[in-house]
Design a binder for this molecule. Sequence first.
Ligand SMILES: Cc1cc2nc3c(=O)[nH]c(=O)nc-3n(C[C@H](O)[C@H](O)[C@H](O)COP(=O)(O)O)c2cc1C
Ligand code: SF4
Ligand code: SF4
Length: 604
Amino acid sequence: MTITIGEGTCGIAAGARDVANMLGQRFPDAHMRSVSCMGMCHQEPLIEITNPDGKSFLYGKVNKKNLPKIVHFHRGEGELPVGNFIRSTDQPETEKWSYMGNQTRIALRNVGHLNPTSISEARARGSYQAIENILQGGICPEAVLEEVKISKLRGRGGAGFLTATKWGFARSAPGYPKYLVCNGDEGDPGAFMDRSLLEGDPHSVLEGMLIAAYAIGASKGYAYIRAEYPLAVRYFGKAIEDARAAGYLGEFIMGTDFSFDIKIKEGAGAFVCGEETALLASIEGQRGMPRIRPPFPAIQGLFGKPTIINNVETLANLPWILKNGGKVYAAIGTEKSKGTKVFALAGAVMHGGLVEVPMGMTIERVINEIGGGSASSRPIKAVQLGGPSGGCIPSSLFNTIIDYEAINATGAIMGSGGMVVMDSQSCMVDIARYFLDFTQVESCGKCTFCRIGTLRMKEILSKICGGRGTMEDLEILEDLAPQIKDASLCGLGQTAPNPVLTTLKYFREEYLAHVLDHRCPGGVCKALITHTINQKECTGCTICKRYCPAECITGELKKPETWFINQELCINCGMCKEVCNPEAVMVESLGLKAAHSQPARASA
Ligand SMILES: Cc1cc2nc3c(=O)[nH]c(=O)nc-3n(C[C@H](O)[C@H](O)[C@H](O)COP(=O)(O)O)c2cc1C
Ligand code: SF4
Ligand code: SF4
């Protein structure tokens, strides 16, 4: 029997290690395999049990309580545990499996299928075959570059620049040595695609670096991985060691005159360090601040030498492209956006996790067919794409396809792949404020408009969320946004106003509700909402009272009619709603006008 456990960061956080230990005790003779995230983050901890007859069964949300039933079944003593069952070799197409079944996995082809610390498992799944074919087959760098050109692969780090075109600049640039840098900084809130790749399949990223380095003529490489990803740093470090020992890294690789080696540089979690010139400064030991381009790094990059910076997902696609051919890759997707795109699907969606889909799929299909629709059964109203540089696309535009140009046309951007779904209980002004707050804090401060402009925008948004906004504030936001975009040196400032602009464009009525009616339609902005006890649903159990940090709830045990919240003391933290049956605590935003015409709230 083989037991495979998903032990990516998400699985470990959900308790996979405990489940692995318990299974190890129950089946001491089983071969225990640790893989990374199997992609269904909403089903963690995930285990796959392969019986001695070769039949395998995948289970989700495994814990101490439901594990005995799984154990009984595999001992032949009980029924299939339906609640945890996802898929078996007998029953491959199940409702739960539609999450994975609707995906096309190229970059993520190995993630969740192999032990990331084992080079032999990686090789068994085809790793290093592409670079072996290139080096042993005497395929020249120009031919490699040509294959990538045919694939029309665009960089997955956000801007979507054609990879082969960028490589061409570095290849023909004078200067020695040349550098190849893997950008694993991934600072966007809500994004975890690159972490999952580095944790789950480091050898494919490393092989992608080898292919890119060979094509541009680089002999030195850096993997810039954020220090907050300790598993990714560790697994990538192990992959480098093993690849070096196997002769894939170092001097005269596989007896050819191609030499290339890689060092890891840990980033300290500054979002701006993902910007390529800031990232290079950080590797050089300087403060991570962007610089004016040109010269572009492809001509004058790390230590003044030609340098290519590629995103993790871009690199993970390369071995597949070189093995299957650029034409096969280019056959997937839309006219201008080829191949697949990985998304980190999160927020108010039933099935969150890692999703890889062919370009051209609609947002609607990603959210509803793969994501399973709303997690709360409240209507979904928007999706935030592209993190702080992106924007909010309203549900009326969910027929937009995944394609760089189509998404840009909405005012959002594809970005690196964060996809955060929002339902009707989200406040779009608050969302804009959240992203503005992020970019403002992360601004390196070099440009006045980015440093001060984002601060002013944030102050205005806070004012609006606090019920103190005016119509003039909306005008100032719209006036300031293009100035920040135009006067900023790097992509951070150039895109920082996007969440504000898209929410103002598509959800203006929510801004007006805050400003004119002092009402928050999503029921989020603390200054504009009230929490009250719904005595029809209250059972008088006292749990809200015990958890309330403001000690403002009063009532007698099992006497619902006596339960009240003192509105003067309540800080609207939401704890009472969280700990109780949600129906028993009402959140309302009646607005100033409405509130003035209401009878005064009871307070005890
Ligand atoms: C503020 C800022 C943060 C960025 N963060 C990342 C990042 O975390 N990872 C990444 O690959 N690219 C990031 N980028 C884009 C990179 O600067 C660069 O375009 C990308 O790494 C190039 O790789 P690609 O051609 O493979 O997309 C960021 C850009 C900006 C302006
Ligand atoms: S735009 Fe912002 S983050 Fe970028 S260089 Fe200017 S101040 Fe720094
Ligand atoms: S919202 Fe927070 S402060 Fe107000 S009653 Fe509930 S728990 Fe107490």
